[in-house]
Design a protein around this ligand. Structure first.
Ligand SMILES: CC(C)(COP(=O)(O)OP(=O)(O)OC[C@H]1O[C@@H](n2cnc3c(N)ncnc32)[C@H](O)[C@@H]1OP(=O)(O)O)[C@@H](O)C(=O)NCCC(=O)NCCS
Length: 202
């Protein structure tokens, strides 16, 4: 499944993820084949993609903490040890996550009715981008981020900043961010290295 999607969305430019019409039908993260009906949207790309990016809804909230923790525990395993991943993944509780997302702009990714990722922007700061490891490297974070950047441009912002984990550094670089250097963040008394990154929108 992942192989098919990786092939489908991989292009030389990196940013162009338009699928080819002749591709085989997609499978879902649950490994069962279904006819994937695209949701009604003004975005023409959505008619071709097996997943949908949409604004956060209240009914999504219970699922976000699980995605957050799985993304850290699995996808970040090659950059942070178990103690660091535990400290990072427990730095948010359900209540603190809801409180954080009550401000700013949050978008989620849905794949065959399953929530697989989310991203959050507060003003010029990309605060969170988390994708479930079962749905990694098929372009979901790219689409989530693009929605946030589009919103920032509509608001007239001229730059975006973020603190990127070592795991997310290459992703943000791919999105056009430049690192301004490494720094240490502290989570539950544990130190984690991250990059301070910035992207000009002008
Ligand atoms: C970082 C993260 C959001 C990327 O999500 P994703 O949906 O897999 O990313 P995409 O498929 O959109 O990747 C787009 C491009 O970014 C780069 N990229 C993404 N993940 C990468 C990785 N682990 N290593 C190297 N490059 C990576 C690649 O250039 C990729 O293009 P390619 O797959 O054609 O090579 C995801 O790995 C994650 O949730 N990580 C753990 C949590 C985290 O660190 N979040 C950020 C907090 S600051």
């Amino acid at each position: 499944m992942i192989q098919w999607l990786r092939k489908l969305f991989r292009h030389d430019t990196g940013m162009d993820r338009s699928p080819t019409p002749a591709a085989a039908p997609p499978a879902t993260p649950a490994e069962h084949q279904t006819e994937l009906a695209p949701a009604a949207t003004a975005d023409p790309m959505a008619l071709l993609l097996p997943f949908q990016i949409r604004p956060l809804e209240a009914s999504d909230l219970p699922k976000l903490l699980g995605i957050f923790r799985e993304a850290i525990q699995v996808s970040a395993a090659s950059h942070y040890d178990q103690q660091q991943r535990d400290a990072w993944s427990h730095a948010q509780s359900y209540d603190s996550l809801i409180s954080m997302l009550s401000e700013g702009d949050t978008v989620v990714a849905e794949w065959d009715d399953a929530l697989v990722g989310f991203a959050h922007r507060i003003r010029d700061y990309i605060n969170m981008v988390y994708v479930h490891p079962d749905a990694a490297r098929v372009g979901i974070a790219t689409l989530l981020y693009q929605h946030l950047e589009d919103g920032a441009r509509i608001e007239g912002l001229t730059e975006l900043t973020t603190h990127a984990s070592l795991t997310a550094h290459d992703f943000f670089q791919f999105m056009g961010f430049n690192s301004e250097g490494e720094e240490q963040a502290e989570r539950g008394g544990v130190s984690l290295t991250r990059h301070s990154m910035r992207k000009s929108l002008v």
